[in-house]
Design a protein around this ligand. Structure first.
Ligand SMILES: [Zn+2]
Length: 112
C-alpha cells in the first residue's frame, strides 16, 4: 500500500485568514486553550495558530476584548515562565533543564 502525497494547496486568500482568526477568537472566548488545542479546534497547523495569536495580541488593544496568556509551567520543578513574552512553548526549563513543559494557555476576555 502506498501513501499518496497530498496536493499542495494554493495560499489561502485573506478572507479565509480572517475567518480562521474569528474562529480562534470564538474558541478563546469560551476557555483557556493551548496552541495545540486551537490547532485541532480550528483545523490549522500549530505554527499557523501562533501567527494568528500574534496578530490577535497585537490588535487586541483596538478590540472590545483583551488577550491574555497564562505562562508556561515546568511540570518537573514547577518553574513558571512569567517573564516570557513569546507565545511558543519553551524548549526546556532554565532551572532543572528538563523539557517537561506545560505550554502557555491563551484566553480572550471582554474588557470591563
Ligand atoms: Zn524545571
Amino acid at each position: 500500500m502506498t501513501i499518496q502525497k497530498k496536493d499542495k494547496l494554493p495560499p489561502e486568500p485573506l478572507e479565509r485568514c480572517e475567518t480562521v482568526r474569528r474562529e480562534i477568537l470564538l474558541e478563546l472566548k469560551e476557555q483557556n486553550l493551548t496552541a495545540k488545542d486551537l490547532s485541532s479546534a480550528v483545523g490549522i497547523p500549530e505554527k499557523d495558530v501562533y501567527e494568528h495569536l500574534e496578530h490577535i495580541r497585537k490588535t487586541a488593544m483596538n478590540q472590545p476584548c483583551s488577550f491574555t496568556m497564562a505562562p508556561a509551567v515546568c511540570l518537573a520543578c514547577g518553574f513558571i515562565f512569567r517573564k516570557r513574552e513569546k507565545l511558543k512553548k519553551p524548549g526546556k526549563c532554565p532551572v532543572c533543564k528538563r523539557g517537561h513543559i506545560q505550554p502557555p494557555r491563551f484566553t480572550v476576555t471582554a474588557k470591563a
